[in-house]
Design a protein around this ligand. Structure first.
Ligand code: GLN
Length: 237
């Protein structure tokens, strides 16, 4: 990101995919950037509009099966996100948005629906809905923190060899195989709502660091209280 320009955050399809406070991920990035004196410009891309390829950080949220299928169709026709990733942008994809980034996911009747293939993952409808709190140990390559969030999905996800698990589940379902989410390059996919970045500010800083370089420390008191409250509630003692 050039030093004289604002950090460009792009929120993809808020009209289709934004459940369980996913839009909070945008607010957390904005707030944590501004507290460090980094100017921010946020672009809300509705599903009728083209996805710009000039952003620094892209976010997409979760949603119901039908809007998820619609979003996948529109993103497949619009190559803006793939171009942005090729240009060096990062992406946080949550739940339905995470599944869309793979090669295929299960529709409302379990039918296979094509994703956009940015991630080497395949999702399908699982035997039961995974609902509730999740805690997981994050890949040491991304800091080894504890991931905390809320999941609500039917999908199960198989990771291919081109991605690494984001974390190993301690509580909850995640991908359905003992892992939760995945990452490769500057793309992170996760099943977690909550919103994920409010509950995992270290992950917000991973994205901000990718875009702007080393970050100044900021006051995490309230984030820490939220994390502690959630983690002590769900983790076995
Ligand atoms: N429709 C998807 C599933 O059930 C995603 C759900 C979500 O985004 N919360 O797996």
């Amino acid at each position: 990101m050039p030093s004289d320009s604002a950090l460009r955050i792009v929120w993809i399809y808020p009209d289709l995919l934004s459940t369980y406070g996913d839009q909070g991920n945008v607010l957390i990035l904005e707030q944590r950037a501004r507290k460090r004196g980094i100017p921010v410009e946020t672009i809300y891309v509705r599903s009728a509009d083209p996805v710009p390829d000039s952003g620094d950080i892209y976010l997409i949220g979760g949603g119901e099966d039908r809007p998820q299928i619609l979003a996948a169709e529109r993103l497949r026709r619009d190559n803006g996100l793939s171009r942005a990733i090729d240009n060096g942008a990062s992406l946080l994809a949550v739940c339905a948005g995470y599944q869309i980034m793979g090669t295929v996911f299960g529709g409302e009747e379990g039918q296979p629906v094509a994703g956009i293939g940015l991630l080497d993952i395949e999702s399908r409808r699982g035997p039961s809905r995974a609902v509730g709190e999740l805690a997981a140990e994050v890949d040491t390559g991304l800091g080894g923190h504890m991931l905390t969030g809320f999941e609500n999905h039917m999908g199960v996800t198989r990771l291919g060899s081109a991605v690494r698990p984001l974390s190993r589940t301690v509580v909850g379902t995640g991908n359905g195989d003992g892992t939760e989410g995945c990452h490769t390059g500057k793309i992170v996919g996760t099943y977690l709502h909550g919103p994920a970045l409010a509950r995992n500010p270290w992950l917000a800083d991973v994205f901000l660091g990718w875009a702007t370089g080393p970050l100044l420390p900021i006051d995490d008191t309230w984030y820490d209280r939220l994390r502690k409250e959630r983690l002590t509630t769900v983790l076995p003692t």
